[in-house]
Design a protein around this ligand. Structure first.
Ligand SMILES: Cc1cc2nc3c(=O)[nH]c(=O)nc-3n(C[C@H](O)[C@H](O)[C@H](O)COP(=O)(O)OP(=O)(O)OC[C@H]3O[C@@H](n4cnc5c(N)ncnc54)[C@H](O)[C@@H]3O)c2cc1C
Length: 420
């Protein structure tokens, strides 16, 4: 029997699994090939809808698909990987439930453990702040901002003037993720939460600025419309229980500080010699790292076909690299030659509320309702569960009402859908 071990429960794993089953389904069903998924999270998180979750437009659980459901023919091990031995071809992991440490042999290993924010670079961020990629990070952040919105709404309805810090949120990092999250929190508050976006560079969304300046400008306008205060040219230096310290000497009192301060691959001891200076596993054109170890997504450095530059760390590339790795592992198992990764890209998108997005598709920029629909279609197409994708579509297209009531019950709340 051959064993393929998939590390992580994100986009790389789910799409590698699908490719493997498409090519080797019979062997898997007959027990000649075993697929094992080892993940610290027992569900696949569809990160793209995090803004909608924060804004109270979607329940958090809607964005999560249990891995057993997403990968039904695989054996699922709910565990944190501690180390990989590429020579002995083994993985050491610790079960989440009881801490028991075990070793598993592999014939092929696919690394899809993604990346996390380098929290240690900002004192206090781990203890007093929030990040998006830490285990449970999105759930904790959602709970915190929804509680703030409730407090702010209660204060408004009783006419009491609470300490402004108690209804203030600081988002550090003005990339697309930070901009989306700031807009989502402001949207949730409906004017009752004070949201500040802090960015170290001169202008926010640098990833759009160079080749899509109109989309970058639209992003700035969307934040202004949502009432987000943008502070550029200053960076977050420390987080305390009361707020955020910036490197220009300012202290911003806040009840919630979110750090979207870059990302670094999850370290996997044993694979150090195959990493670049940023900790990404360096892949060959067929996405192998060594003969039997493969990688994709945020954990990997994959050269964008036709260029010398690495592909961006986002869901599209994680999906496409994961699917390609699955194909090549199946080819290797069948004794066939592997193929180089040739995918050249599609685009990117971000959303700032219902009907309000920016999107780039094959180099062409879109804004507003068209961009929102393009983004939604893309996301729904790649959700691991058809059932959940339909439920998300229903949630997002059937809402009417006002934003300030959403967080109380995201399932029943109604918000205005404006596609103008
Ligand atoms: C809040 C947020 C919003 C985003 N929005 C967008 C967007 O709108 N569009 C877009 O294209 N991209 C977006 N991204 C980026 C995109 O989600 C990532 O690029 C993508 O998830 C990378 O996929 P991956 O499979 O490499 O890793 P992930 O999807 O991050 O999966 C990694 C998996 O590995 C598991 N894991 C980690 N360490 C271990 C360990 N030691 N042992 C076992 N398991 C482990 C994790 O639990 C997780 O299951 C967003 C990311 C975030 C966090």
């Amino acid at each position: 029997m051959m064993r393929v071990v998939l590390l992580g429960g994100g986009y790389v794993t789910v799409h590698a699994y699908r490719s493997l089953v498409r090519r080797l389904g019979r062997e898997v069903r007959e027990g000649r090939v075993e697929i094992v998924v080892v993940s610290a999270d027992d569900a696949h998180s569809f990160h793209g809808f995090t803004g909608e979750v924060l804004a109270g437009l979607l329940p958090y659980e809607r964005t999560r698909t249990p891995l057993q459901e997403a990968c039904p023919l695989a054996r699922f091990v709910h565990a944190r990987v501690l180390a990989v031995d590429p020579v002995a071809r083994s993985v050491t992991y610790e079960h989440i439930a009881d801490g028991v440490v075990e070793l598993l042999w592999f014939d092929h290993l696919v690394v899809g453990t993604g990346a996390q924010e380098p929290v240690d670079g900002v004192p206090g961020l781990r203890e007093h702040g929030y990040t998006l990629r830490a285990p449970g990070g999105i759930a904790a952040l959602t709970q915190a901002v929804h509680a703030l919105a409730r407090t702010a709404r209660d204060d408004r309805s009783t006419g009491s003037t609470a300490d402004p810090a108690a209804t203030s949120v600081v988002v550090a990092g003005g990339g697309l993720a930070g901009a989306e999250m700031a807009a989502a929190v402001a949207d949730l508050g409906g004017g009752t939460l004070a949201v500040t976006l802090v960015h170290a560079g001169e202008r926010i969304v640098p990833e759009l600025r160079a080749d899509q300046p109109a989309l970058a400008a639209r992003t700035e306008r969307e934040l202004a419309r949502a009432g987000v205060v943008v502070r550029t040219g200053t960076r977050l230096t420390a987080v305390t229980p009361d707020g955020a310290h910036l490197d220009d000497g300012t202290f911003l009192p806040a009840a919630v500080v979110l750090g979207t301060v870059g990302q670094a691959p999850v370290p996997l001891p044993g694979l150090g010699s195959t990493q670049d200076e940023r900790g990404r596993l360096v892949t060959a054109p067929d996405l192998s790292v060594t003969g039997d170890v493969w990688a994709g997504g945020d954990a990997a450095r994959v050269v964008r076909p036709g260029t010398d530059a690495p592909v961006p760390a986002n869901a599209l590339w994680a999906i496409k690299t994961g699917a390609h790795v699955g194909d090549n592992v199946a080819r290797a198992i069948a004794g066939r030659a592997t193929r180089p990764f040739t995918y050249r890209g599609l685009g990117r998108a971000a959303s700032f509320g219902l009907g309000r997005s920016v999107a780039e598709l094959y180099g062409v920029g879109f804004t507003g309702a068209v961009a929102w629909v393009l983004r939604l279609v893309f996301f729904l197409r790649f959700m691991p569960s058809r059932r959940r994708a339909l439920a998300v579509l229903g949630d997002l297209t059937s809402r009417r009402g006002t934003s300030a009531s959403r967080e109380a019950d995201p399932l029943r709340a109604k918000v205005e859908v404006s596609l103008s």
